[in-house]
Design a binder for this molecule. Structure first.
Ligand SMILES: [Zn+2]
Ligand SMILES: [Zn+2]
Length: 388
């Protein structure tokens, strides 16, 4: 079996599908046309699948669970509310929506892997599930897909996800055992004051004052219990007032807390609320406070991570396989899968020196040569693992 040759046979078709999905991006939980494109491809190659799972999700099956273990390969498929400025000739036709996180490439990776694994199905000693999940960027599609049973019947032994990033050149892959991506919690805090004429502040209560003090003072409060060498807290929005001569009724802040420990998450929730309440006493305001516990942190299984990394070193060479020095502060709902079964999440460079960019930006650009790398790892490792 030669995965590079297998991939080259379907490369044009896979690139065309990737570009079609790039050109027709869909927001989280609205990936109906994307799912249709994927199902059509699975049908063409006679790959069985379940659809819908969690609204727009797909779970494809290859191999035979009676013969051995089960590997799960995961792709996400939603786009972002970003207006594309990448300049590629297959730019988004859906104004204000863009595949700026590379999930179109993830779909291509997983589809190509599915087609090649199907071609060699008779040689597989076990089962492969390939999932295409909705809504990674918002509510999370992994958890509802788990609730609909994707990890059972047959039970999954190992799960793998790959995320592309233009930060690193194509060919480089980054691994890390243990904590890899943070819990991306968020909060919204509204101070409720009383509006008045700007010339007569004595008749009102300006909610901007406690809100400003909160922005400037909260880190010091949080730092009494939370170690900021391992966690990040940012206030990211401040909305108050519409007119230069009117004191507003309310000031609303929102932001995010990135962490790896439930104890820190609870502490952040409590300290923000207590500090805001203290400011209310000082400024005679009231608050509305909501803290959202979102995705859990993504923890890579040490054994699986070592195993996949060693395999990647064998096929790509040690110089291409890198190690993150510390956990990232971004979030990922693959964490729900990693919480249930031994898993590894890998970052694969898709950077092109002629298109410098970052994830989630309007000029996001992915070097499509990353697809071959991802496919070699997905298919190669799956065979290696199942046929031991
Ligand atoms: Zn993203
Ligand atoms: Zn992403």
């Amino acid at each position: 079996m030669n995965i590079i040759n297998d991939y080259n046979e379907i490369k044009d078709e896979i690139i065309a599908i990737r570009r079609k999905i790039h050109q027709n991006p869909e927001l989280s939980n609205d990936e109906f046309e994307t799912a249709k494109t994927i199902c059509e491809c699975l049908d063409k190659y006679n790959i069985s699948y379940k659809f819908p799972v969690a609204k727009t999700g797909i779970c494809a099956f290859i191999g035979n669970a009676d013969k051995g273990k089960t590997v799960l390969i995961r792709a996400d498929m939603d786009a972002l509310p970003v207006k594309e400025e990448s300049g590629v000739d297959f730019s988004s036709k859906n104004d204000g929506v863009m595949h700026a996180c590379g999930h179109d490439v993830h779909v291509a990776n997983a589809l190509a892997a599915a087609i090649i694994l199907k071609k060699h199905e008779a040689e597989l000693k076990g089962c492969v599930k390939i999932i295409f999940q909705p809504a990674e960027e918002t509510d999370g599609g992994a958890e509802p897909m788990i609730n609909e049973g994707i990890l059972n019947n047959p039970d999954v032994d190992v799960a793998i996800g790959i995320h592309v990033t233009p930060l690193y050149p194509t060919g480089d892959m980054y691994f890390k055992e243990g904590p890899l991506m943070a819990a991306p919690d968020d909060f919204t805090l509204t101070f409720v004051g009383k509006s008045s004429h700007g010339a007569e502040p004595e008749n009102g209560i300006n909610p901007m004052n406690p809100a400003s003090e909160f922005v400037l003072g909260i880190h010091k409060e949080l730092a009494k219990e939370i170690d900021f060498s391992k966690n990040v807290f940012s206030v990211c929005t401040f909305n108050c007032g519409t007119s230069f001569n009117q004191i507003a009724d309310t000031a609303t802040l929102s932001g995010t807390f990135r962490s790896y420990d439930d104890k820190d998450r609870k502490a952040c929730d409590r300290i923000c609320r207590e500090y805001a309440e203290k400011l209310c006493e000082k400024y005679n305001t009231k608050i509305k406070f909501a803290y959202s516990y979102r995705y859990p942190p993504l923890i890579n299984d040490a054994t699986v991570c070592k195993d996949v990394k060693a395999f990647a070193e064998k096929i790509f060479g040690k110089d291409k396989i890198k190690e993150f020095e510390k956990p990232l502060m971004t979030g990922e709902d693959f964490s729900y899968i990693a919480r249930e079964v031994p898993s590894v999440f890998i970052w694969a460079g898709c950077g092109d020196e002629n298109h410098p960019c970052v994830l989630h930006s309007a000029n996001f650009y992915a070097d499509e040569n990353v697809i071959e790398k991802a496919v070699r790892l997905f298919v190669g490792y799956t065979f290696d693992y199942l046929n031991r």
